[in-house]
Write a protein that binds this ligand. Sequence first.
Ligand code: CTP
Ligand code: CA
Length: 226
Amino acid sequence: FFKYQENPEWHGKKVLVTAGPTIEPVDPVRYFTNRSSGKMGYAIAEEAAARGAEVTLISGPVMLDVPHGVHRVDVNNAKEMWEAVNARFEETDMVIKAAAVADYRPSEIVQEKVKKHQDNWHIEMEKTHDILKSLGEKKQQQILVGFAAESEKTEEYGKNKLRDKNLDAIAVNNITQAGHGFDGDTNEVMLYFRNGREEKIPLQTKAMVATALLDALTNFFLRQGS
Ligand code: CTP
Ligand code: CA
């Protein structure tokens, strides 16, 4: 019984997957983060490795085991994720960016624990580095696949990100619909490709979504004739 099939197209390809949230500290005991279990990214990493790719998984803090055959690099915040991704980008064939990167971090990290003396606490936040956008600006042979979690105008916002970040494909999910994304084990995404092709991956387990996604992406490797 073969659960997975090695694809010749994926064999030996260097695939970088990011997964999970980032956490942005404000003092030694508190941080800002966002909702991401990491399950989607981990499922993609596992599936790519099963197809024969050389997979590096850059992971924010999550409660998941390292998938079989995958090399995991642990990071905490957006800056560390950027450094880990950027250091490996040149030699990478494909980046799949499933991570939920924090968009803002506290402008200053307070060195000592902040005591609750005041009734209100105003925290100034600054934007983090947009990792995917930077990759889109400097990419050469690399295939870039983004994710987008939207609560409205999913097609419009998704296609905007595809264009603005210079991606080859983007997987968009609508977080307001039941069973889509975040903590659960299921997901449904719309795939938009650079060439205008669209493909719906219907609601199913994240492992099955990963399989469908990689099937769809196989065409990119086929087209390169490698
Ligand atoms: N992303 C990234 N670096 C960031 C923020 C996002 O690399 N600092 C990546 C995500 O990993 C994802 C894609 O960009 O693959 C889209 O993320 P999303 O949060 O949907 O979009 P943003 O560009 O951050 O815009 P907004 O949150 O305002 O919708
Ligand atoms: Ca964001």
